[in-house]
Unconditional design. Structure first.
Ligand code: C2E
Ligand code: CA
Ligand code: CA
Length: 610
């Protein structure tokens, strides 16, 4: 606080001083001219020649100051004025007596000193004025008795007291006004500072925000002679981190990323946090190759240095960029392109760096085309359901099937679910699509029982937004009744993404499903944050270990150990574990040796029509 006050006092002084200096510089040439004119007038008057020389010398000094205003300090300029007025005052005294111009000029000198000079200097000048005043009074009385210089002791005493009172009043009033102004200025500066911080800086990370970024961008672009790249970093799964751990962890991750980015960015880079999980960079790289090197370094460095206690997955980014030169140097266009590329990277879950180019534009148009064909395809029943067996490898018995959607579009040809499912989810069609699949699958149930056995289970994949929709359980229950299916034969497969909705909104739905005897499986375990902790809070019956996990078991010993651990722990939690994507006998044997017999994969069966 004290430091703040001192710095605002310094700022205020600086502000006042520079204002005065400007005005003084304007006034100096006129003062010089007036002094020369006055010297000429005095020369032709009856006044002593000394006055003429004095005026002329002062005129010369002022002229010199006017010619070199920047070379002479403000203190010297003010001292010069005080010196000139005091000299004129003393000479006036010598010529005109004690009540002459002296008093007025010394008073003016003191006003200037108190207003514009440092407190100590102005106090020194005032004290000197009092001493000179006293000296002149005594001098007049003792040495000029009977001349017109003589002053009566009582008049002198009154003048002396009035002069001292005047100086005290001057100092007190000027300094109290100055203090008041200072206080206001500090408050004003503080609120301006806070307002600026709120408006232009991100409160959590302290980085510039999107407004500041857009404000500063033209300057940085100019410095980099108009060539460079606009880059967006989007932190994957921030909402998942918030749900699985807590918001504090999410905030901590963001702050750590901001610190690391800030540390490794070049001076010519502009960095900002432009939204919740998005960071933007302006980087004046000269080629795409250099840019890729830089982005690889930033990602690797961040992943290696960001260690969050308890999080067993490295953080990941969607990264997009656009080249300013390919946008005809239009910043707005460049921003738009980088952000379109980011949307594309996010919606297609792309690894690496996504740049805006013609190919991306084409892909976007393709996706738009697919989207437009989905609703008509549901009406014409182009979507069909294939089934893949889930097998007990020990008994070779099919214990259940998973329903997997297939689309052979009359207009577009075969489209993979990996392509159309995200488009459905993005375009809010999960509910009508999900209901279509549920209806289709449940109507197949009797045929499935005939094909396998009556205790076969039916797994259906459900998108997060469908699961948390209001009528999901009601619709499912009604369909189960409609086809007279034992509810405990149905398994709803959800992914960890469901946690984006927040554990509190997911929990009651899973409880409801549990109440109507429908089971729940957590799909793709091992691809996300794979924290077993939150599983204990959810009503989950089955854990499906993802293929990516299995792919590594033969090459990475640690994965095998981890898998064994997960299988043991899940069994203790009362969860059934199924390993997905098993393609070879070796993989199957390995998994069985870890104590898990339930397997789904091409090794036993590929998805096919009923
Ligand atoms: P998922 O639920 O994890 O389904 C398993 C995927 O792995 C299926 O891909 C399946 O064909 C494939 N797969 C199974 N065993 C093997 C194997 O041994 N090797 C290999 N390489 N792949 C194997 P598919 O059918 O292409 O489905 C992809 C994803 O699309 C599914 O992943 C699921 O998330 C989604 N999906 C499919 N049908 C539906 C649906 O009706 N509704 C929803 N919401 N999502 C669906
Ligand atoms: Ca699945
Ligand atoms: Ca899966």
């Amino acid at each position: 606080m004290l430091n703040d006050n001192l710095s605002s006092q310094a700022n205020y002084d600086q502000m006042v001083v520079s204002r005065i200096e400007k005005n003084l510089d304007k006034v100096m040439p006129f003062t010089a001219v007036i002094s020369f004119l006055s010297a000429i007038l005095v020369y032709f008057s009856e006044l002593p020649f000394l006055f003429c020389i004095l005026d002329f010398s002062i005129g010369l000094l002022f002229l010199a100051v006017s010619v070199f205003p920047t070379k002479i300090s403000i203190n010297f300029k003010i001292s010069l004025i005080i010196f000139a007025s005091s000299l004129v005052g003393i000479l006036s005294y010598m010529h005109g007596g004690f009540t002459s111009a002296f008093l007025i000029l010394v008073m003016i000198g003191n006003i200037i000193a108190v207003l514009f000079l440092h407190r100590k200097i102005s106090l020194f000048i005032s004290s000197c004025s009092v001493l000179v005043f006293a000296f002149l009074g005594i001098y007049s009385n003792f040495y000029h008795k009977g001349t017109h210089f003589e002053i009566s002791p009582s008049v002198f005493a009154i003048q002396f007291i009035v002069f001292i009172l005047y100086l005290v009043l001057l100092h007190v009033s000027v300094y109290s006004i100055r203090g008041y102004l200072l206080e206001n200025i500090s408050k004003l500066e503080l609120s301006i500072d806070n307002a600026t911080k709120l408006a232009y800086y991100d409160q959590l990370t302290g980085l510039p925000n999107v407004y500041k970024f857009k404000d500063e961008l033209p300057k940085y672009i100019e410095q980099s002679t108009n060539s460079g790249y606009l880059i967006f970093f989007n932190l994957k799964n921030l909402s998942l981190i918030n749900s699985i751990y807590d918001e504090k962890t999410g905030d901590h991750v963001l702050c750590e990323i901001a610190n690391i980015f800030n540390k490794i960015k070049a001076d010519t880079d502009l960095l900002a946090r432009i939204s919740g999980n998005e960071f933007a960079f302006w980087s004046p790289c000269t080629s795409e190759e250099i840019l890729h090197e830089k982005l690889t370094y930033i990602t690797k460095y961040t992943q290696e240095h960001l260690i969050i206690y308890n999080m067993n997955k490295k953080i990941e980014f969607y990264i997009s960029y656009a080249n300013l030169s390919s946008c005809n140097l239009n910043i707005q266009d460049c921003y738009q392109r980088a952000s379109t590329a980011l949307t594309y990277a996010k919606t297609n879950d792309l690894q690496g760096f996504t740049s805006y180019d013609e190919k991306l534009n084409q892909l976007l148009r393709q996706q738009e085309n697919i989207k437009d064909h989905i609703k008509p395809a549901l009406k014409t029943r182009e979507f069909v359901v294939y089934y893949q067996n889930k097998v007990n490898a020990h008994t070779q018995e099919v214990i259940g099937v998973e329903a997997l959607a297939r689309w052979k579009s009359a207009a577009l040809g075969f489209i993979s679910p990996a392509t159309f499912i995200p488009i459905i989810e993005r375009n809010n069609m999960s509910i009508i699509f999900g209901e279509y699949i549920i209806e289709q699958t449940l109507s197949d149930y009797t045929h499935l029982c005939n094909k396998f056995n009556n205790s076969v289970t039916l797994s259906i994949n459900i998108s997060p937004s469908h699961l948390i929709s209001r009528d999901f359980v009601k619709f499912l229950n009604a369909s189960i009744d409609k086809y007279s299916i034992p509810a405990n034969s149905i398994i709803i497969e959800i992914t960890e993404d469901i946690m984006i909705q927040g554990i509190q909104s997911v929990m009651p739905i899973l409880k409801e499903l549990n109440k109507i005897n429908v089971e729940v499986a957590l799909d793709d375990f091992g691809t996300g944050y794979s924290s077993l902790n939150y599983l204990t809070q959810l009503d989950i019956n089955e854990l499906k270990i993802d293929k990516t996990f299995i792919d590594q078991i033969e090459t990475n010993e640690k994965v095998g150990i981890m898998l064994e651990h997960i299988i043991n722990l899940s069994t203790q939690y009362g969860l059934r574990v199924i390993v997905e994507g098993v393609e070879t006998k070796a993989q199957c044997d390995y998994i069985m040796s870890l104590g898990c017999n339930l397997i789904q994969g091409y090794y036993f069966s590929i998805p096919g029509p009923l």
